[in-house]
Design a protein around this ligand. Structure first.
Ligand code: UDP
Ligand code: MG
Length: 311
């Protein structure tokens, strides 16, 4: 008999004791419908403070398909996904949220997309986020437009982390060992044939979103800095513009002085101009600092995550 192919499901979890058992039940239902493949479930405990880890361990005792990786502290979802991908052994790999916002039954169509239609990857995107605040929705829209203009990594608006990939694609992502990770950008960067399926993201079943506005903004900046150097070059353009304006202003002042003499006035406007230019300079210094801090973190080559226990 031919050996069955295997799908690895990677599930990053941070304080998800309520969601894990429900997720497990749902994913088992799907695996029963997909008899032609074997499954491996890798739960990544991202330094949870609740009983998430104990629950994973119990599940792995009952079901030998269940594996777990437990971090020594919270390293973030990006680290969780990277650990899961690195530990996975399947021929195909999917990353899924444990809160059932990524519906497990979609796996059936995704698998078909790869096996029958010859895609390297099948991914989901959503056009509505009912559960998210107005601010989060609008900032997300602006961000996608911006990143599309300034980076070389095309990104699908509304794309989720949920996708099924071939081993070849997973190995390519694992080979990118950078410390500051923005996985969604990797997909666009590495290419491969991706099929997009549209769906309606349901609300979270239990618990609340772990991503507060502040951490989302940090993540958005990561996405830009990781895949675009445009902000660095921007200062050159603004500098040029300022040179041009000051040139015009100098000519204006010379002509004015020759015609009307030189009464000393205009100190308040001078102070404002100095403050403005100083502000612009500090802003660009900040941008340069952001890039330098990434370089600093990269050269240290610290591990992206630290595993305390795994199976
Ligand atoms: N998550 C994680 N580490 C973190 C934050 C989140 O592993 O530091 C996991 C979380 O347990 C969930 C997934 O990432 O399985 C998505 O998180 P969440 O549902 O809070 O994000 P949202 O759907 O609001 O984007
Ligand atoms: Mg969620």
């Amino acid at each position: 008999m031919e050996k069955k192919e295997k799908i690895s499901i990677i599930v990053p979890c941070y304080n998800e004791e309520q969601s894990i058992p429900i997720f497990y039940k749902e994913i088992c239902k799907v695996s029963e419908k997909m008899e032609e493949v074997d499954f491996e479930y890798i739960f990544v405990d991202d330094g949870s403070k609740d009983k998430s880890f104990e629950i994973m361990k119990d599940l792995s005792k009952q079901d030998k398909r269940v594996r777990y990786v437990s971090f020594s502290r919270n390293f973030g979802k990006e680290a969780g996904m990277y650990a899961g991908l690195s530990e996975s052994t399947g021929d195909f790999v999917a990353i899924m949220d444990v809160d059932l916002q990524d519906p497990p039954e979609k796996l059936i169509d995704m698998y078909k997309g790869i096996k029958e239609e010859g895609y390297d990857c099948v991914a989901l995107y959503t056009t509505s986020h009912e559960g998210y605040s107005f601010i989060r929705k609008s900032l997300t829209n602006i961000w996608y437009k911006l990143i599309d203009k300034i980076s070389n990594s095309k990104q699908m608006p509304g794309a989720r982390d949920f996708r099924l990939m071939t081993r070849q694609m997973v190995d390519t992502i694992i080979s990118m060992k950078e410390y500051n990770r923005y996985t969604k950008g990797f997909y666009g960067y590495i290419g491969f044939k991706t099929k997009w399926l549209k769906y309606q993201a349901p609300d979270r079943e239990h618990g609340e979103s772990k991503f507060k506005l502040k951490s989302l903004i940090k993540y958005a900046i990561e996405g830009i800095v990781s895949f675009s150097t445009t902000p660095l070059i921007l200062s050159a353009y603004v500098g040029l513009l300022f040179c041009f304006i000051s040139f015009i202003a100098i000519i204006f002042i010379i002509v004015k002085t020759l015609l009307y003499g030189d009464p000393t006035s205009g100190w308040p406007s001078m102070a404002c101009i100095i403050m403005f230019v100083g502000g612009v300079q500090l802003f660009f210094l900040g941008i340069i600092g952001t890039y330098i801090s990434r370089i600093y973190l990269e050269v240290k080559e610290r591990p992206v995550y630290i595993i305390k226990e795994k199976k």
